[in-house]
Design a protein around this ligand. Sequence first.
Ligand SMILES: O=C(O)CCC(=O)C(=O)O
Length: 268
Amino acid sequence: MVLRVGLIQMAVGSCKKTNLQNAVKLIKQASDQGAKLVTLPECFNSPYGTQFFAEYAENIPGNSSSTIANAAKENNVHIIAGSIPEREGDNLYNTCCIFDNKGELIDTHRKVHLFDIDIPGKITFKESEVLSAGTKGTMFDVDSVKIGVGICYDIRFPELAWKYRREGAKVLVYPGAFNLTTGAAHWAKLQIARALDNQCFVMTASPARDMNATYHAWGHSMAVNSWGEILCEADAGEEVLVVDLDLDSLEETRKNIPISKQRMPECY
Ligand SMILES: O=C(O)CCC(=O)C(=O)O
């Protein structure tokens, strides 16, 4: 079985309306190329930065989520809608909405691990100054293929990916906006690591890089197979990637190297 997926690396600017129109346009482009599952980037309706989240935040359902719900229905695609700043009561979250191909909101994933790092002279970021963290993992099915979702920094935590794998995941998807420091150093390696640890496909979708923005996204959205090979990779600009995930190859990797049956939990 093959699952054709679309990864949308889109330009995100300060006008929310333009961002939403752009997302809808690029979803259609992916669907026109036969994608059944489309992924948008982290923070696709707002510039990425703690100073922007409150201004761009919306309830779910709200305008951004219903715009993407309509695009899912009109194009008959499942959509992992990257993330938007979500407002619920007094709290803000970094939240991914997941829609089926009828436009129904089937689940939401609130970023569990907030991006708080300090690399002196390079990058300091503290999402926890304004965001609250999610408290659960999120899995859903497309044509019986189980898909686990994390947002960006969540990819650094192998336990979340392993939980999805234990519960049957074949694909791990992380909308993410790495930066020029940690993106260059870790973005591809983390995807390959999660793909090899879990013998899953791993996919990411990043905003396109904008050197006039306050945050410079790494870009390089990609898909990696269970053998750790990069199937496709964007450059830094806006791009729609469409790629086939060959689920039989995944079964073969799991059969040939049966690590999930060889674990020795009593030793560690
Ligand atoms: O883990 C990293 O280095 C980057 C994470 C990030 O940009 C995010 O969580 O939004």
